[in-house]
Design a protein around this ligand. Sequence first.
Ligand code: ZN
Length: 130
Amino acid sequence: MKTKYLCPECNGILNIDEDIILIAKKKNGEKGFLLLHTKLGNYDHKMDSTLKIEQGEQVDFFCPLCQIKLEYHKKKTNLSKLIRIDENDKESQVIFSNIYGEKATYHVEDKKVLSFGQQAQKYTDPEWFL
Ligand SMILES: [Zn+2]
């Protein structure tokens, strides 16, 4: 079984093979599909060619199935969260930056945090995942 990524709200599966399908919405209301890679630390992505997101621009991610905002925390609006189920059926959380071009991803499993990406230090907070 392959790794699955689920919406924390509706538990819908959001990936097809190696693409996680999300809706990205800019502050000006423009939105479109944005595909992220399933491999942690791989920042390859695809998006609708009409959606222009600048480096450093913050977007919000939404579940394409239930439309909920995938925010990690109300006060940490530049982080999003997904549920990850690995090939051994083990559930964990993946938290990642919403800022375009910022490489910061956290894999939280059994209160252990693994970080990925060059900017991962930016959000280091020992209490945030407890
Ligand atoms: Zn959902």
